[in-house]
Design a protein around this ligand. Structure first.
Ligand code: GLN
Ligand code: ZN
Length: 772
């Protein structure tokens, strides 16, 4: 295949990992918080990291580098600062000390609550939610954007400032405390646009030729009113006379109805995601008449996964796009913030397999190569194309990605495998008889405090200071303590406390064939918190039991039932980098079968209650409603495949950490778990009411203890919540438990809170006995 060259196709990126190779940014910021690093030293570290990133991008062949994407904490918080939307409660602190006040908004102080944090679209990055109201007065504060652009220019780069666009900014906002809940921040658009105009003028004056305005909110389902707000925003900004060229960037999904809106707007360029939603965006772009005379930035390299690109496929897409715009540039589908920095740093991964991986640095090289291929013809990248073809073939033909045994087993799955042998109404009696539980049984969600001793034990094992036997003995000691406490406290269904788990996904990933671990694959989750998601690289199988030993050890210490504890297939996928060479549903089915083996081994070893956690079920919901059903199908199927093989008297629990499940309540029902525990303490049992309204037919444990705070709920408080729960869920189906696992809590408050929880259950049981 040779393609005709496109004049001057450029490579560009929308944003880059902020932390540095050794997570220098995390260390500097946390040092600053502790008073060990001065503000000047922190600023210097940050400037050094920006300098390194720009240098690396420029050396790779990116001419126009992003600026202003750097952040001490979060780019949405930076946008709130840029438009002057400082919550009233933080204004004094911000005025007194901009940097200190910034971190106060992000993290709160002893007396002042931080901004709320939530997930950035369907990624695992979290942003700080802007708080707005009818009284919000915006005021432009372009200092950070101007300074970072100036810095890049002084270093000899061409900088393209990257801003969160005004429509997305408002759509991500929520009513400030005290403002009516039905207040719509988007109504502030006319007030906000002049502020953006001022920032744009200042950036122009500082030397920006182009400015990028990120509008990922436009890939979600939007109402006609929201779309016309977007049209107005870009008509106004595009109509400004004193402005840089505007590139409106979309990513994470297809633009749909927003595409013609942006294509018609008087802006100079559009960035569109051509990875998973390539077909839809291509068709819509063609239908809108393309972008004649404008710049199209084509996101053909997946910016949120870690696999190498398929050059031929990307070049085919780029070739099609050439006819649709005045100029076509090449980019990743989104900011590279969502991938680790450098795959070459991974020394423990088989070199053959490492060739399949592309982190931010490798993706930059891919983008540059594709731009060269597009601009100069494929002959100019013949060697790269050949190597790419070979790497893709090695991946497709590898025993890691094609395990015949796994494939045969997955292909043989039938509907019956996903169905319990008896319906809930018939198995519940068997479970009650088998377990001998009281009314309103008490339990916990799984983890107990992860103490310093436990972390030390893990570090000692890693450093070789203790051997596996020594480590196991420490874990057993912890299990004995956790069991002894629960027995004494009078909890009905016990747990072993998960002391052996570093992380609920990583623990299983490390034991499953098909998963890879990285050493340096850090990705920002929020602020200075970075995670190292495992890589789900191949066909998944379970060489041996993963939890049975610890669970049976715990069971050997008590007469009461000990609950087995597993992470569900959806969450195993959601918190990993998943393979992109087969449908997610196929991958989920493989994980489910491996977990199913674990479930059945637990049951065979005498475990009568098994919990399969799915905290990620809701957050993995696709951005567009039209895609929900397809996702929920494989999500619920894989959960049922994991759990449905057990006998009727074995009780399956599941757990989810949130209260907003309105749009998935049917899916929760479809899981056919016997018991579900959910977060409910803060919303005063509202979930119980919602479950009841849906007619949820099985057992539920809406949390009566908010584990997100060290506060100890009194027995009376917990009892009041239980009584409230009973107005929605009958006593035979109501469980008593905390909102979530206790791993982040300390022992003193855990002890006191669980004792109060048991006392509350006893009080309410007595009331029920009296009234019957
Ligand atoms: N079983 C896990 C725990 O208790 C569940 C954690 C979660 O849902 N996030 O920690
Ligand atoms: Zn939870």
């Amino acid at each position: 295949m040779t393609s005709k060259p496109a004049a001057a196709a450029e490579a560009t990126v929308y944003g880059y990992p902020r932390q540095g190779r050794g997570r220098e940014l995390k260390k500097a910021i946390e040092g600053f918080w502790k008073g060990r690093v001065t503000a000047d030293a922190l600023r210097e570290t940050a400037a050094g990291l920006r300098r390194t990133n720009w240098r690396q991008l420029a050396d790779a062949g990116v001419r126009e580098v992003p600026t202003g994407d750097f952040s001490y904490y979060d780019h949405v918080l930076d946008t709130s600062v840029m438009v002057g939307a400082i919550p009233a409660r933080h204004r004094e602190a911000v005025a007194a000390d901009a940097l200190g006040g910034y971190f106060a908004m992000a993290r709160g102080t002893q007396d002042v609550a931080p901004l709320e944090m939530t997930k950035w679209f369907d990624t695992n990055y979290h942003y700080l939610v802007p708080e707005l109201g009818p009284d919000t007065v915006f005021a432009a504060d372009p200092a950070k954007q101007v300074a970072e652009l100036t810095e890049a220019l002084a270093l000899g780069h061409t900088g393209r400032p990257v801003l969160v666009g005004p429509v997305t900014y408002l759509l991500l906002a929520k009513p400030a405390p005290g403002v009516a809940a039905d207040f719509e921040p988007l109504t502030l658009l006319d007030r906000l646009l002049p502020v953006y105009a001022e920032v744009l003028a200042d950036l122009r004056a500082a030397g920006a030729e182009w400015v990028q305005l990120d509008e990922p909110a436009l890939v979600q389902d939007r109402t006609p009113a929201e779309l016309s707000a977007a049209a107005r925003a870009y008509r106004d900004l595009g109509g400004l006379t004193d402005r840089p060229k505007l590139l409106v960037a979309s990513y994470f999904d297809r633009l749909g109805d927003a595409l013609p809106v942006l294509a018609k707007a008087p802006v100079d360029g559009l960035a569109i995601d051509f990875t998973e939603s390539a077909a839809a965006n291509l068709a819509d772009l063609a239908a809108a008449g393309g972008l004649p005379g404008k710049r199209l930035v084509a996101g053909v390299v997946n910016g949120r996964n870690i696999w190498i690109n398929d050059y031929e496929k990307s070049l085919a897409t780029l070739g099609t796009l050439l006819g649709l715009a005045g100029r076509v540039d090449v980019a990743a589908s989104c900011s590279l913030l969502h991938v680790p920095l450098d795959a070459a740093a991974e020394r423990d991964i088989d070199p053959q397999v490492a060739r399949w991986l592309a982190f931010a640095q490798q993706k930059t090289e891919e983008i540059v190569t594709l731009a060269r291929g597009l601009g100069q013809g494929t002959g100019a990248i013949a060697a790269e194309l050949a190597a790419n073809r070979a790497d893709l073939a090695s991946r497709a033909g590898s025993a890691l990605t094609r395990d015949p045994a796994v494939r045969a087993r997955t292909a043989a799955v039938t509907d019956a495998d996903g169905r319990r042998s008896l319906p809930y109404t018939e198995r519940t009696a068997a479970q009650r008889a088998h377990l001998g539980l009281p009314l309103l049984p008490t339990t916990t969600i799984g983890s107990f405090p992860q103490t310093t001793e436990l972390r030390t034990a893990r570090a000692d094992l890693r450093a070789g200071r203790i051997d596996t036997a020594g480590y196991d003995e420490r874990i057993r000691g912890e299990i004995r303590e956790v069991l002894a406490f629960q027995e004494k406290a009078g909890i009905d269904v016990l747990v072993h406390g998960e002391p052996e788990r570093n992380d609920m996904v990583q623990y299983f990933a490390e034991q499953l064939v098909g998963y890879l671990a990285t050493q340096h694959g850090w990705v920002q989750s929020y602020g200075t918190r970075y995670v190292r998601p495992p890589i789900l690289a191949g066909d998944i199988s379970r060489p041996e039991p993963m939890t049975v030993g610890w669970t049976t050890y715990a069971q050997s210490l008590t007469e009461r039932p000990v609950k087995g504890m597993l992470t569900g297939p959806v969450t195993m996928l959601a918190w990993s980098f998943v393979r992109d060479d087969q449908p997610l549903g196929d991958t989920a089915r493989q994980v489910a079968l491996a977990l199913r083996d674990e479930v059945l081994d637990l049951e065979a070893a005498g475990t009568s209650v098994i919990q399969v956690d799915e905290p990620a079920l809701r957050e993995t919901l696709p951005l567009r409603a039209a895609d929900h059903a397809g996702y929920l199908d494989w999500a619920t199927e894989s959960f049922r495949l994991t759990t449905a093989g057990v006998r009727p008297e074995t009780q399956i629990h599941t757990h989810m950490c949130y209260a907003e499940f309105g749009d998935i309540v049917q899916a929760i029902d479809d899981l056919d778990a016997d018991v579900i525990s959910l977060e409910a303490a803060r919303s005063h049992m509202q979930v119980a009411t919602e479950l009841a309204a849906h007619g949820y037919p099985r057992e539920a444990g809406p949390g009566v203890y908010d584990i997100h705070s060290p506060r100890v709920p009194s027995a009376e408080e917990a009892a009041a919540l239980l009584r409230k729960g009973l107005t929605a869920i009958p006593a035979e189906r109501l469980w008593v438990n905390p909102d979530c696992g206790l791993k982040t809590r300390g022992w003193p408050e855990t002890r006191a809170s669980l004792e109060n929880l048991v006392a509350a259950a006893r009080t309410v049981r007595a009331e029920l006995a009296e009234s019957s």
